[in-house]
Design a protein around this ligand. Structure first.
Ligand SMILES: Nc1ncnc2c1ncn2[C@@H]1O[C@H](COP(=O)(O)OP(=O)(O)OP(=O)(O)O)[C@@H](O)[C@H]1O
Length: 581
C-alpha cells in the first residue's frame, strides 16, 4: 500500500521536529539563494543599458560592485544551505536507521530466518539513503524550483506579455517532453535498486558460507552465479545510464531551441523599440536560468517517487510486528529457577509440528540432560524457553510464572544460553564478552575469564582485554570460542543456563578445561544441557530423550541407567556418542 500524504507529514514531523531551527535556516537559505539568482540578471541588465546609454561611470562601478557582492553572497548562501541540508539529512536518516535497527532486533527469529542479511541492509541503509534527499532538500527544492520557474515567467510577462506567452508555451512543451522521458527512466531505476538488493543479498550469503562453499567445491558455481548477476546488473545500469544521457541531451537541445526563440522574440521587440539590449540580455539569461528548475523539477519528481517506494518498504518493515505475544510484568523470584514445560506443542510452520505435547519439569539447581537424534527438536525446546518463538499450545513456566507473563528483557537476563555456533565479533576481547556494555569493569571480565580457565590465554594476548578478535572469532580454536561463550554467561550471572553442547571433538586438554568450566557454570544454577557427550550426561540429575518432537523417555538419570529396559540404558551400552552424533 502506498504511504498516504499524511504518512509523509508524520515522518517529516517526527524526524525534523527535533531539529526545526536548522531546518528553518536551511529553508530560508535555499529561498534566499533563489532570490539572489533572480536578482543577478537584473543588475546586468541595468549595467548593459546604462553602458549603452553612456551613463555615469559611478553607476556602472556601483552596478559592478553590487553584482560582485550578490555573487559572493549567493556563493556563501549556497555553501551554507548545502552544509545545513547535509546536516539535517544525516541527523534525520541516522535516527531513522536507529529506529529500524532497533525494530529489526526486536522482531522474532521467524522474521530473521525469512530475510537475508543483504535484504535487511538494503532496507536499513539503501532505502534510508534514498530518503536522505527527501528529508533535506527535496520538498524545499521542489517548491523553490517551482517558485523560481513561476518567478521567471512572471518577470517575462512584465517585460512583454507576448514574450511571456511564448516562453510559457515553450516551458509547458519542455516539461511535457521531459516528463515523458522521465516516465521511461523510472522503472529502470527501480529495477536497478532491486538488482543491487539481490546482488548484496547473494554476496552476503555466499561470503558467510565461504567455508562450506570451499569444502564442497562449489566456488566455481558460485562465481558463475556471481558473473551472471553482474552481467544482469551491468545491462540494467547501461540501459539506465544511456536513457539518462539521452534525457540530458534532449533537455540541452530543447533549451538551445528556447534560447533561439527568446533571442528572436527579443530582437522583434527591440526592432519595434519595445525592449532595450539590456532587456534582451535579461530575457536570454532568464531562459538559460529556466533550464535549471525545469530539469530539476523532473529529477525531483523522480526522487520523490523513489522516496515514496523506499518509504513504502520502510513502512512495511516498521509495521511488521513480532509474532511473540505481548508480555506482562510479573517478576521472577530471585535465585535458581525451576522450569516446567506443560503440554507444549510448536511448529515453525503451524501445520507441521516439530514439538508435540511435551511435558517436562526441572527443580531449581538441578540439571536436565536432553538427548535425541539430530532434528528431533532439542534446539527448538531451548528456543521456546528463550522466547525466540512462542509455543502454539501449552505453556512454559519458570518458577511457576508463565514465561509470557514476564518481561522479555527480564526473561533473557535470567537465562544464559550457549549455542553450538558461538557468534564472535570483529571487536576487542572486552567488547566480545560484555557486548559493548562499558559499564562492566575489567576486574569482572578478568574474573570471568579466570573462572573458565582462560586466564593464561589472556596473558598471551598482546593488548590484554583490548586485543582485537578477527571476524567471527578468526584465530581462535573451537574450544577457546566455547570457553569465551561460557565467560559471557558468567558475566551475565543468569539463574538458568541452557547449554547446546557442541558435538565437535576437542583435544583432551581443552575437553578438561570445558569440563571444569561447565562444573562452575552449573554450580548454584538450574541447567538444561543438550548433550552430546557421556561426560556431560553424568552431570544430569534427570534425562529426557526426545524423538520426533515428543518425549520418548523421561526420568531420574540413575534410575533410568539402572533399568535395563530403558532406552537410556540401551544408549549407554550401545555407545551414546555414536548413537546421537
Ligand atoms: N528455523 C526453522 N524453520 C523451519 N524448520 C526448522 C527451523 N529450525 C529447525 N527446524 C526443523 O525443526 C526440526 C527440529 O529441529 P531442531 O533444530 O530443534 O533439532 P535438534 O534436535 O536440535 O537437532 P540437532 O541435534 O541437529 O541440533 C527439524 O526437522 C528442523 O528441520
Amino acid at each position: 500500500m502506498k504511504p498516504s500524504p499524511k504518512r509523509y507529514m508524520e515522518l517529516f514531523a517526527h524526524y525534523l521536529k527535533p531539529q526545526w531551527r536548522r531546518t528553518l535556516l536551511m529553508t530560508l537559505s535555499l529561498l534566499g539563494g533563489i532570490g539572489l539568482q533572480l536578482l543577478k540578471p537584473q543588475i546586468l541588465r541595468y549595467f548593459i543599458d546604462t553602458a549603452i546609454a553612456r551613463g555615469a561611470t559611478i553607476y556602472l562601478l556601483a552596478a559592478g560592485l553590487l553584482f560582485v557582492i550578490v555573487a559572493l553572497l549567493n556563493q556563501g548562501i549556497t555553501t551554507s544551505s548545502a552544509y545545513l541540508s547535509q546536516s539535517v539529512a544525516w541527523t534525520a536518516t541516522n535516527h531513522l536507521r536507529h529506529d529500524l535497527v532497533a525494530h529489526c532486533l526486536s522482531l522474532d527469529l521467524a522474521f530473521h530466518k525469512a530475510h537475508t542479511i543483504g535484504e535487511l541492509i538494503e532496507r536499513i541503509d539503501g532505502d534510508v539513503d534514498m530518503l536522505s534527499n527527501f528529508f533535506s532538500q527535496l520538498v524545499v527544492n521542489l517548491l523553490s524550483n517551482v517558485v523560481l520557474m513561476l518567478g521567471i515567467l512572471i518577470l517575462f510577462f512584465t517585460i512583454d506579455w507576448r514574450a511571456g506567452l511564448v516562453l510559457s508555451l515553450f516551458t509547458a512543451v519542455a516539461l511535457l517532453i521531459l516528463s515523458q522521458m522521465q516516465r521511461r527512466i523510472i522503472p529502470l531505476f527501480v529495477k536497478l535498486r532491486q538488482m543491487s538488493a539481490e546482488f548484496y543479498g547473494f554476496l552476503s550469503e555466499r561470503l558467510t558460507g565461504t567455508e562450506d562453499l570451499r569444502a564442497n567445491g562449489a566456488v566455481g558455481y558460485t562465481m558463475q552465479r556471481f558473473y551472471a548477476l553482474l552481467r544482469q546488473w551491468w545491462q540494467i545500469t547501461r540501459k539506465a545510464d544511456l536513457t539518462s544521457i539521452a534525457m540530458g541531451n534532449t533537455s540541452l537541445i530543447i533549451f538551445v531551441f528556447g534560447c533561439v526563440l527568446t533571442v528572436l522574440s527579443g530582437t522583434y521587440l527591440w526592432s519595434r523599440g519595445l525592449a532595450t539590449i539590456g532587456t534582451i540580455y535579461l530575457m536570454f539569461s532568464y531562459t538559460n536560468l529556466l533550464s535549471g528548475p525545469v530539469n530539476q523539477i523532473q529529477r525531483q519528481l523522480q526522487d520523490l517517487q523513489q522516496a515514496q517506494a523506499s518509504l513504502q518498504r520502510i513502512q512495511e518493515l516498521l509495521s511488521t510486528t513480532s509474532s511473540l505475544t505481548a508480555e506482562a510484568d510479573r517478576q521472577l523470584p530471585p535465585g535458581a529457577l525451576s522450569v516446567a514445560f506443560e503440554h507444549v506443542s510448536f511448529g515453525y510452520e503451524p501445520e507441521l509440528p516439530v514439538i508435540r505435547d511435551i511435558s517436562l519439569a526441572i527443580q531449581p539447581q538441578k540439571v536436565l540432560g536432553v538427548l535425541g537424534r539430530t532434528g528431533s527438536g532439542k534446539t527448538t525446546l531451548a528456543r521456546l524457553l528463550f522466547r525466540l518463538y512462542d509455543v502454539q499450545e501449552g505453556q512454559i513456566c519458570l518458577s511457576a510464572v508463565p514465561i509470557q507473563m514476564t518481561r522479555l528483557h527480564e526473561l533473557r537476563r535470567r537465562i544464559g544460553m550457549v549455542t553450538q555456533d558461538v557468534q564472535l565479533f570483529r571487536a576487542s576481547v572486552r567488547d566480545n564478552l560484555t557486548f559493548f556494555n562499558h559499564a562492566i569493569p575489567d576486574s569482572r571480565i578478568i574474573a570471568a575469564l579466570e573462572e573458565v580457565g582462560l586466564a593464561s590465554w589472556l596473558q598471551t594476548l598482546p593488548d590484554g582485554l583490548a586485543s582485537q578478535l578477527g571476524p567471527e572469532g578468526e584465530g581462535l580454536s573451537a574450544g577457546e570460542a566455547q570457553l569465551l561463550a561460557f565467560a559471557r554467561v558468567f558475566l551475565s550471572e543468569p539463574d538458568l543456563v541452557i547449554l547446546d553442547e557442541a558435538s565437535s571433538r576437542l583435544d583432551p586438554s581443552t575437553e578438561r578445561a570445558i569440563e571444569r568450566a561447565i562444573d562452575k557454570l552449573f554450580t548454584g544454577r538450574t541447567a538444561i544441557v543438550i548433550a552430546h557427550r557421556l561426560s556431560t550426561i553424568k552431570r544430569a540429575d534427570a534425562i529426557a530423550i526426545i524423538e520426533d518432537g515428543h518425549v520418548l523417555e523421561y526420568g531420574n538419570r540413575l534410575e533410568l541407567a539402572g533399568d535395563p529396559a530403558s532406552r537410556f540404558a540401551h544408549l549407554l551400552t550401545t555407545g551414546l556418542e555414536e548413537a546421537l552424533a
